[in-house]
Design a protein around this ligand. Sequence first.
Ligand SMILES: Nc1nc2c(ncn2[C@@H]2O[C@H](COP(=O)(O)OP(=O)(O)OP(=O)(O)O)[C@@H](O)[C@H]2O)c(=O)[nH]1
Ligand SMILES: [Mg+2]
Ligand SMILES: [Zn+2]
Length: 375
Amino acid sequence: MNISRLQPLGWSHFFLQQADTQTFEKLQSNELQVFRISAIHRSVIKGLGSNWNEGEVELLCSESFQPVSEHFCVGDWVIAERAHEHFRIIEVLEAKNQLERLSNQKRQLMAANLDYLFIVTSANSDFNIKRLERYLAMAYESNIEPVIVLNKIDLTDKIDDFLDQIRGLKVHNLVGISMLQPESLLSLKHYLTAGTTIAMVGSSGVGKSSLINALFNQAVGIDAIDQSSSETIDDIQTIGGIREDDDKGKHTTTSRQLLINQQGVLFIDTPGIRELQLLNAQEGIEKTFNDIVHLARQCKFTNCAHQTEPGCKILQALGSGELAQSHWDNYQKLLKEDAFNARAAQGAYAQKQHMKTFSKAINRVQSKHRQDKGK
Ligand SMILES: Nc1nc2c(ncn2[C@@H]2O[C@H](COP(=O)(O)OP(=O)(O)OP(=O)(O)O)[C@@H](O)[C@H]2O)c(=O)[nH]1
Ligand SMILES: [Mg+2]
Ligand SMILES: [Zn+2]
């Protein structure tokens, strides 16, 4: 194993220390190898290993890691053993952090081992502060530093209105950019250091892939936006950047992917999520709505339900306008949703376990039946 060759991929002591002596020896002798998962398309899993500059390697994966989306995701580190010309995943290393959400009542892993979460939004009708609150809660819950990226500032003459609304969320990192204003991308420089992993999240069409493309090109220019399409500056401006239709030669991202640019910055591109359902995000929600939590602590009664109680600071703040009704509503909505999703996910898990036991019992009966018949 050549550690120095893995470092550009974000490898660190945190992962190395997870290998026991035996595994470590096998890694030394190259009997085992480590890979960082770079793409998962149905049954095809790809990873980047110490020869990452030669491209991705297709990895095999045993039944015990199925369904894959519940066991690991893009950005995870895995240990794999040689299987003829291929490598088979035998272990998934514990991640520093993981983004997860609820999808079809199931926990779904989205990306792992991130340094920054770029929450991308655009300065047009797609802008939605409640959606940003959701993503922020997700970032805080997973202990990932969020950076709010307001893209397409070329489409508005009211940039400050957008920025002020975002500042209301008390975020540490906020930048306004446009693919049509290459110099605006310099404001992201601070985050773009070698070995750093950045995942992009945000609605479809806000420009996540365009931003990654632009950051792949040293000379950030208009043709870095989308080299494979024939869009011109005029086209982009008239479309207003949000696509009505995805099959007109536009490139909506369909799967998560880990990419590394010439400066050694790692990007995880993700498809826009129509509806982000949080899962187990209570702490993240409290941090996002830290102002509300702070107010509620000052209510007269510790178990105040903020309904009719005397000395309720929340009611007072709502009355005086210090606390916006929509902010309060969204806080309650997210908390309720999170509690509901936690129950749903638990329910789905319990049901799965039940089905497993059930089908095992059936198999037992059937094989006994066959045995009896054979006698
Ligand atoms: N006007 C303007 N258009 C932009 C800008 N950035 C991206 N676009 C356009 O917005 C459209 C969508 O960009 P994408 O990068 O594909 O968006 P995405 O977030 O990756 O979308 P999904 O992959 O569907 O989630 C494209 O037509 C881009 O050319 C910008 O700064 N200004
Ligand atoms: Mg995309
Ligand atoms: Zn109260």
